[in-house]
Design a protein around this ligand. Structure first.
Ligand code: AQP
Length: 334
């Protein structure tokens, strides 16, 4: 049996990159004998400045987005990280004692988020990958579906798990495999095809949010940056054309076609022909999710009940793992 674990931060609204790079794959991984655990990683969300009064609501909204996108609470456990936070934070501390600073120094997400002011960044932001390792290892996850940007953090997780196993001479932690699936492993900004589509990017025009109306989606795609050339007739022809490559990638991921099939369909056409088709497809996929989210959020107590149940399942897996880690590490017990 595969045990699948993944999570998203309740920071701002989820966007098309989160959906295509991760969420859509989570949905497809359900059933077929997999045990799926999908977490709202709110303890990660506080590593950057955030609004205290909005945090709890944001966690509920992310859970609603999971369900609206097709994560089925009857098949998957959906929970909020801080509801099992005592165990995640405890394991993080143990793992922190065997994580080399040199490895954390190489993490590109920290560099991107800390920016030029790294000296002023918080310890939490720096230690984020260690908490992420704890989030995964605490469930002995075998597979972690993520976008391309999280690959480096997954490598660190495997590294820390190996260090633990080696140091204590026990084959205890499962080494999780990243699952980087589908055509859209890295969806780029609509304003700059060299930058990742991101929740925290300043311009809202750079991303399609899962809560955007059909008109907003159509408008953002219409205004998406392109180049003056027509669409190429081979995938190789997208080389050096980041914006065109991104829009083709999005179309492929939304339609379930390969990039080659999309390129073949639109070969030689101008963006003015392609963009309305892309907008239509995006609206067809996103609008039902937005609508379902709205319904779910009208009954927050139902979301809470799902999250309570999910946290119980999560705790029932995590608590014995932490107890065994303590035992292996030699802590006092009666
Ligand atoms: N642009 C993207 N393309 C493909 N996958 C993406 N993911 C994020 N952006 C893209 C995947 O979404 C999952 C959840 O990500 P997260 O909530 O942990 O936040 P993040 O990776 O930090 O996403 P953002 O949008 O860039 O947030 P901010 O701006 O707050 O930092 C992960 O599996 C991620 O790979």
């Amino acid at each position: 049996m595969k045990r699948i674990l993944s999570g998203m931060q309740p920071t701002y609204q989820l966007h098309l990159g989160n959906y295509l790079g991760a969420l859509q794959n989570w949905v497809n991984l359900q059933g077929t004998g997999n045990q799926c655990l999908y977490c709202v990683v709110d303890m990660h969300a506080i590593t950057m400045p955030y609004e205290r009064d909005g945090l709890s609501k944001a966690s509920r909204e992310i859970a609603a987005a999971y369900i609206a996108a097709g994560v089925d609470p009857a098949q998957s456990s959906i929970f909020v990280q801080s509801a099992v936070g005592d165990l995640h934070a405890e394991l993080m501390w143990y793992l922190a004692t065997m994580t080399q600073l040199g490895k954390l120094d190489r993490m590109t997400q920290f560099k991107d988020k800390a920016g030029k002011n790294a000296e002023k960044a918080g310890l939490g932001l720096y230690a984020y990958p260690v908490l992420m390792a704890a989030d995964i290892l605490i469930y002995q996850a075998t597979h972690v579906p993520v976008g391309e940007d999280q690959k480096q953090h997954l490598e660190l997780t495997r590294d820390v798990a190996s260090t633990f196993n080696h140091r204590y001479g026990r084959d205890f932690f499962t080494l999780p495999d990243p699952m980087i699936m589908g055509e859209a492993t890295r969806v780029m900004s609509l304003r700059d095809g060299t930058q990742k589509m991101s929740k925290s990017a300043e311009s809202d025009l750079s991303r399609i949010n899962l809560t955007d109306t059909p008109d907003m989606i159509a408008d953002k795609i219409k205004r998406a940056k392109t180049d003056p050339l027509a669409l190429p007739d081979t995938v190789d022809g997208l080389e050096g054309r980041p914006e065109a490559a991104n829009l083709i990638t999005i179309y492929a991921a939304l339609s379930g076609l390969t990039k080659a099939q999309v390129v073949a369909e639109f070969a030689g056409k101008p963006f003015s022909d392609f963009k309305p088709k892309l907008a239509e497809l995006t609206v067809a996929k996103i609008a039902p999710i937005t609508e379902k989210m709205r319904h779910l959020l009208a009954e927050p107590q139902e979301i809470d009940a799902i999250l309570v149940k999910g946290a119980e399942t999560a705790r029932s897996i995590a608590a014995p793992v932490v107890a065994e880690v303590k035992d292996i590490m030699g802590f006092w017990k009666v």
